[in-house]
Design a protein around this ligand. Sequence first.
Ligand code: MD6
Ligand code: FE
Length: 201
Amino acid sequence: MLTLKPGLRLYKSALDRSAQEALVVGLREVLREAPLFRPVMPRTGKAFSVRMSNCGPLGWVSDRSSYRYQTTHPETGRNWPPMPDSILRLWRDFAGHDAAPDACLINFYDAQARMGPHQDRDEQDFAAPILSLSLGDSCRFRHGGEKRGDPSEAIRLDSGDILVFGGPARKMFHGVDRIFSGTSTLLSPPGRINLTLRRAR
Ligand code: MD6
Ligand code: FE
């Protein structure tokens, strides 16, 4: 485990290949029930380059009206599927926080997708950390401070890496600069999946 700065912990290769494959089997089932959708930004309606879905009681969505958590998929209208046990286990093993997560956001990046700098602040419980797992292609992940203009640093995240944001790092700006396509054979179609486990309420 590497502490990158206070509250920001990186577990390189937290999951080995077979654990990653088992997780992907569970995710495929989730995505069959709750297909990836392409959110748009509030107000402007500009499309995200990332596609998303969720599992667990609550899911994060973005549309022309707002960013928010809701119990249903914006396109199918159905409840989000439950979090697979393999995902809940990650929280128990790495989050260092007793209360269970109630939301798991699934981000899918193709080779061109990016995630602009943002803070995660749509949750009601900032005492709980956010746990992020990377699967598939590697990426360049950028993290900064609590203000948009603060100096930032980039790290590479590879398949099986876990990042935990908590405490003083909980509201730092972060984003994904680029995907290194072709760096992993885990996913087909290829790309990167990032799971973020949160306590939204
Ligand atoms: C990503 N991650 O890695 C985007 N947010 O694809 C996030 O936006 C993120 O990794 C909050 C906490 C951890 C994260
Ligand atoms: Fe985020």
